[in-house]
Structures are given as C-alpha cells and as structure tokens.
Design a protein around this ligand. Structure first.
Ligand SMILES: [Zn+2]
Length: 498
C-alpha cells in the first residue's frame, strides 16, 4: 500500500479523464423463480422456498419462466435496445457455497437485448449512456458469516447459507464505457442509476429497492491522461444506495490518481465500497481472468421471441419517467429540485393520486413531503406503506381548507390515520379533535385570558395590537390548540377595543 497523500478531487479530475461503466442487477418481481415454481417472497424463513431444481439436485430439469422473459424484453425495449429474435441461456461454471448447482444459468454471447441507450439530464444538459446488453440470469443464495465482529468470513466461527434467493430471476444491465464526462463522472453515474431505477419501476417488473438488494450496482472506473488510451479499470461491487454510487466513483478517481501520480500501475481488481468511510477496499484480483467455461445450456430450449409479441410489448410501454416527471412538474408548478425530492421520496404516484382524490397540488405535496416523509424517515418505512392512503390525505387537506382543522390538529389527526384509526373524520370524532370557531364557546376562554393577563390587555387597549399574540397563545393553550386562531384574535381585539 502506498503512503501517498491523496489529492483533492478537483486536482484529480484536472489531470486525469475518468471513464465509467455500470453493471446493474435487477431482481425481477415475478411470483415464482426463473426455472421452477418456488415462491420468491422476501424475508421468509431460510431454505423454505427451495426445490430440487433450484437446489440443483441431480435429475431435476429447469423450465423457463415466461413472465421473466417478458419482463426482460420490456426492460430492453424501455432502454431502446434491439431484441434478439433467437438466443440461448448459457452455463457459467464456478463453485461457490451460495450456488447450489455449481453453475449459474445465465447468458453469455447471445444476450436477449443489445445496443440501447438511456438519456440522463445533468444541469440541463442531456448525456446519453449507451447500453451494451441486457440479459437474463438467476440469482444466487445468500451466505451469512456468524461469530465474528464484522459479519465477514474472517473471524467467523460458522457460515450459514440460505437458498431462498437462489434461482430468482435476475436481469443484468451493462452500459457501454462512458468517457468524456470529466469531473461530472460521479454525478452521471448516480443520475444513470436513478433513471434506470425509475424506468424499471415504471414497468412494474421489480420493486428496485437498493436497500433490499433488488437493485444492485457494480461501478467500473478507470483514469487516463488526456489524449492517452483508457486506463485499467477497477470494479467496485454491490454499491447499495444512490449516494454510494456517486461516492464510490469519486473515491476511486481520487485513489487511482494518487497511484498514477506515483507511477504505480492500476491493478484490474474487484473492490468493495465502504459505507462508513466512503472509500473502496481491495477485493479479488482479476489479473488472471476466471475461466467460467461457458457453454449453451443443454436443458433449456432456445428463446425465440415472436416479432409481433415484441412489437405489442413495445406499444404497451408506459410513459417514460423523464417525460412524466416533466409533465407533472409543470402541472404542479414546482421547481426541478422539488420534483427531484418528490421522486427520491417515492412520492410521485402518491401525490398524483391525492390530487386525483381532490387535493390541490400544493396541499397534496405538503403532507406527503412534510409530515408523512418525516415519519417514513424516522421509522424506515416506505411512504406508500405508512398506512395513510391518498384518499385520506385528500380528505385531511379538505378539512384544513374548510377551517375544520388547523395544521397542528391536522398533524394529530394524521397520526391517528397512520395508526390505523380510520379516515380523518373518524379520527377527529374519536379523539375529539377539531377547530372550535363557535364564538360562544371561545368568548369564555378569551375573557379568562384577558383576566389572567391584565398588563397585556392594557397594552392592547392602548393600541399596541401586536401584543394580542400573547393572548391568542394563552387561549390556544386553554383550548388545547383547538381554537381557530383567527377567530380568537378577532374576539380579543373586539373585547379590548371599546
Ligand atoms: Zn425451486
């Protein structure tokens, strides 16, 4: 390990040109696995969703999952790829404990989709990322190392294997190398994965949740001096958040530039992103290319998607997320930055449905991006799974618009809705929440506040109207926040003006 002082990022990109490439794995949300009928649900007891096929027992035979092939073709079409009229699965032979068959059924030289692109926008400029290939394969199982401090194999006393994930259909999406983006390389990488995630999500073929591993990303980075050939690339594995994608590219650029400055050769290797420090650590060296001894899978017939079928899939593609975002941004009259926050919070559909249920765009956005987003962050639950529906949020906003709830009370009502106590109106009734604007009921509270604060009352009588705020506060306190502040203020001023 060199003891070089790391240059700043700005220094590094001033002297070297980065080239990036991304390999993304998307776990499809099919009901059953790729080659057998085992269920695919997340979080089941280990090794309860397995059978002879996905355990690779002798004599078992795979049958391809049509829904997975269709989903892969739809992803390919959405990424502007050509769809192969004929292709085969291949065996990728290697031994690893999480691979019960000792080979992975994948695709090699005959991918299902090739040669597409994705456009991403950075600061108003469109950058086109070429797509090399989109192919179909199966996922591996999961290994758990226990007994050690770090959860790694080093120091562990035993390793456990769960094959529930083995055989779940996995789509691999590989970009072409992306040169010429200079200092924006980390940002471009993040924008690409974001766009890819949104496209795949819009197709409804995967929940694309990076934190659950249904979207996993490997980032390739190399550096070269201007005018020289591309450098040796490293591959940073399993970067599991959008932010980490950006950080991984950035830290590789800094690390590699320091080595190149010292005349050290970059080794082609796998590296692991460190979430805590934001840098990468060396993994497996790829200097000697692994020979996977690929050969066409003899137990499966070739795939030959019918041209008319592919065409009908093309015609049924949903509106492109970038187009939809631009349309909604205009409709909702919000800035690009606000729209990005909405997208990142996974709130686009929820806000759209809340508006469809009668709320104004501002009202809908306020609840989903405010109180509800805060709760989602605190509890680590997705917005859509919090327990409040778009219809309920629209009802809540209507109660605020009608003056029956103020903001504070509305938040309390929302808490009841999220807790499963029913619609806003039911929560209001059950919890006794609601704005009191009945002047009869408020007058007594106003008189009480005036009597308790004679000094303030005197100031208001002398024309210092601003002092009324303190009395309004006192009334709000005695009415437990349920008074209509505007009505209270009017009552106080009327009482003290004569
Ligand atoms: Zn199975």
């Amino acid at each position: 390990m060199s003891t070089t002082v790391l240059p700043s990022y700005e220094d590094a990109v001033a002297r070297y040109e980065p080239v990036i490439g991304l390999e993304t794995h998307v776990e499809l949300g099919t009901n059953t696995k790729m080659f057998c009928g085992c269920p695919t649900g997340f979080g089941a007891e280990p090794n309860t969703q397995v059978c002879p096929v996905c355990l690779g027992l002798p004599g078992s035979l795979p049958v391809a999952n049509r829904a997975a092939i269709e989903a892969t073709i739809r992803i390919g079409l959405a990424l502007n790829c050509s769809i192969a009229s004929w292709c085969r699965m291949a065996r990728k032979n290697y031994f690893y404990p999480d691979m019960p068959k000792n080979f992975q059924t994948s695709q090699y030289d005959e991918p299902l989709c090739v040669d597409g692109y994705v456009d991403v926008e950075i600061d108003g400029e469109t950058i086109r990322i070429g797509i090399e290939r989109v192919h179909l394969e199966e996922d591996t199982g999961k290994t758990l190392h226990v007994g050690g401090a770090t959860g790694r194999i080093h120091g562990a006393t035993e390793s456990l294997v769960d094959y529930n994930r083995a055989g779940i259909p996995l789509v691999e999406i590989v970009t072409k190398p992306v040169p010429g983006i200079g200092a924006r390389a980390p940002e471009v990488a993040r924008a690409y994965v974001t766009e890819l995630r949104d496209i795949v999500r819009s197709l409804g073929v995967s929940d694309v949740r990076m934190e659950q591993g249904s979207l996993r990303c490997d980032v390739n980075t190399s550096l070269n001096k201007p005018g020289e050939a591309w450098g040796t690339r490293t591959e940073t594995k399993n970067v599991n958040s959008l932010r980490s994608v950006e950080r991984a590219v950035r830290s590789e650029i800094i690390r590699q530039s320091a080595l190149l400055d010292d005349g050290v050769r970059i080794i082609q290797e796998t590296r692991h992103f460190q979430e805590d420090t934001g840098d990468t650590r060396s993994g497996r060296s790829k200097e000697e290319a692994t020979d996977y001894r690929y050969f066409p899978e003899p137990d499966l017939v070739p795939m030959a998607p019918d041209a008319a079928w592919v065409e009908s899939l093309r015609l049924s593609l949903p509106e492109r997320p970038s187009v939809r975002r631009a349309r909604l941004r205009e409709l909702w009259a919000i800035s690009e930055a606000d729209m990005s926050s909405v997208v990142n919070a996974g709130a686009v559909d929820l806000i759209e449905e809340t508006i469809a249920a009668g709320a104004s765009p501002a009202g809908a956005r306020k609840w989903w991006m405010g109180e509800l987003a805060r709760r989602a962050n605190e509890t680590g639950v997705e917005l859509s799974a919090l327990g409040a529906t778009p219809v309920q949020v629209a009802q809540l906003q209507r109660l605020v618009d009608d003056g029956k709830l103020n903001d504070k009370l509305a938040r309390a009502v929302l808490e009841g809705v999220v807790a499963g106590e029913g619609d806003p109106a039911a929560v209001m009734a059950a919890r006794g929440l609601g704005v009191v604007s009945d002047t009869g009921a408020l007058t007594a509270a106003v008189d009480e506040a005036i009597a308790a604060n004679p000094d303030i009352a005197a100031k208001i009588r002398d024309g210092k109207v601003a002092a009324a705020g303190a009395l309004v506060g006192a009334v709000m306190k005695t009415t437990r926040g349920q008074a209509d502040a505007k009505t209270v203020r009017e009552l106080i001023l009327a009482r003290l003006s004569s």
